[in-house]
Design a binder for this molecule. Sequence first.
Ligand SMILES: CC(C)(COP(=O)(O)OP(=O)(O)OC[C@H]1O[C@@H](n2cnc3c(N)ncnc32)[C@H](O)[C@@H]1OP(=O)(O)O)[C@@H](O)C(=O)NCCC(=O)NCCS
Length: 95
Amino acid sequence: MLYVDVNYQRQGAGQLLMDWGVSKADELGYSSLIESTRSGKPLYERNGYTGERKHLAVPEKWLWRTPVQYWLMYRPARTAGKVNGVNGTNGVNSD
Ligand SMILES: CC(C)(COP(=O)(O)OP(=O)(O)OC[C@H]1O[C@@H](n2cnc3c(N)ncnc32)[C@H](O)[C@@H]1OP(=O)(O)O)[C@@H](O)C(=O)NCCC(=O)NCCS
């Protein structure tokens, strides 16, 4: 979960955090998966994550609330600038 104080958003702090995270994933050769809100999606897309919108199942007592939507976003492992996909796919199901 990334959060930048609303008074300091769009000044590069989120990207700095992403730089640290994706370089750590690349260093370790890891793929990564993120549950993104609508507002996080542009930042994650810019950093190589793609994915589908999902609806979060909520307990019946909270059904009166606005339904929560999020995007399950995936970034394949990269080593030395190469993307390590599975048969050229990004591994995310569209269902
Ligand atoms: C998502 C969040 C962490 C981004 O942090 P930030 O410090 O504002 O992001 P940055 O300034 O580093 O933005 C880097 C780039 O990401 C993209 N981006 C970030 N916020 C964006 C927005 N609201 N709309 C469109 N693009 C956005 C832009 O490409 C931006 O580059 P630019 O400003 O040069 O156009 C911040 O908006 C936030 O805390 N939101 C509320 C909590 C939240 O929803 N977090 C995600 C949970 S999964």
